[in-house]
Design a protein around this ligand. Sequence first.
Ligand code: NAD
Length: 351
Amino acid sequence: MPIFAHPEFDQHEQVVFCHDQATGLKAIVAIHDTRLGPALGGCRVWPYADEQQALNDVLRLSRGMTYKSALAGLPLGGGKAVIIADPRKDKTPELFQAMGAFVDRLGGRYITAADSGTGVTEMAQIRQRTRHVVGAGEREAFGGGLRTGDPSPSTALGVFIGLREAVRQRLGGRDLNGLKVAIQGVGQVGFDLARQLHAAGAELWVSDIDAGNLQRARDQLGAQVVSQDAIHGLDVDVFSPCALGAVINDQTLQVLRTPVIAGAANNQLARPGHAEELWRRGQLHAPDYAINAGGVIDVAYEYSGGSPEQVRLHVEGIGETLRQIFQRAEAEGRNTTAIADSLALERLNAA
Ligand code: NAD
């Protein structure tokens, strides 16, 4: 298994393989780039078929965090951790305490956070062994009161602001009242986004695989429920992917005609070439790692210390970042993902 010659290696600073015999922990931590600050990124638990798959994933994801934090204007680099285990049956407090000990040995070069297969509970277990972890405790909520360390409300706020900016840009300054939006996935982020869009007067169509989440959107927000297959092909203004990656692919592009695509899901494009295809077709795509940065902004302030108001202001800055991306894309005739990559690289190279 080559590391330095790995196709996803891309100048990683450090890749650490962790094994703890007592708990059976097998994990990989990848630190891609710390030029802007310590590498922050989630800890994913996944039953990878083999180590090669785990390595591919951790390298790809940690590089993505470098770009996301740089574009969000955070003093953070990119990193990621994967634990090779089944989140449905292998998770124990001891496993995450052992993970915490490994994170601690990196001395703050890597800060861990929740990801697929982990949440507030696991972060609290990691915190028993290291302070280089976020999303473990309670936070002050926007507007007062307490909430858990889960950053989804900030992610949803950033997506709402970014979607509004994309609509302004592509639909001639139009506001959200009466806007037609199709949301794929009304879980933590998707539902909170739907709530904000509903409050702004938008009409909603939703799909999900969870009947309870669909019912909540229908009962509380008057959303129209459509099937999983129908959600991409609706005649609406905005498609908002908030469930899965790779939803923009050769199949969905045959029916996806919305002028705006803006949602929370990570890695929305199945292939890099799809960014260019959307651009050529006149469909404005908000690059996922620009629009969904609210979560990383939230946990960055948790780590460094900051008020909910500071978090809110920084998250609202996602609108300005997207405005720059859209305007530069127009001026340079390049697709929005290419521009977002250029902006992130410029910030990294200036560090
Ligand atoms: P979540 O698990 O709470 O919600 C996802 C929802 O999508 C669930 O309701 C699930 O049932 C639904 N879903 C799954 N498969 C589906 C399908 N085929 N069709 C329709 N719906 C389907 O997750 P979340 O925290 O709301 O995150 C949503 C997306 O945003 C994920 O891709 C995540 O990686 C990304 N994201 C989340 C955050 C965050 O702060 N939570 C930050 C950045 C990116």
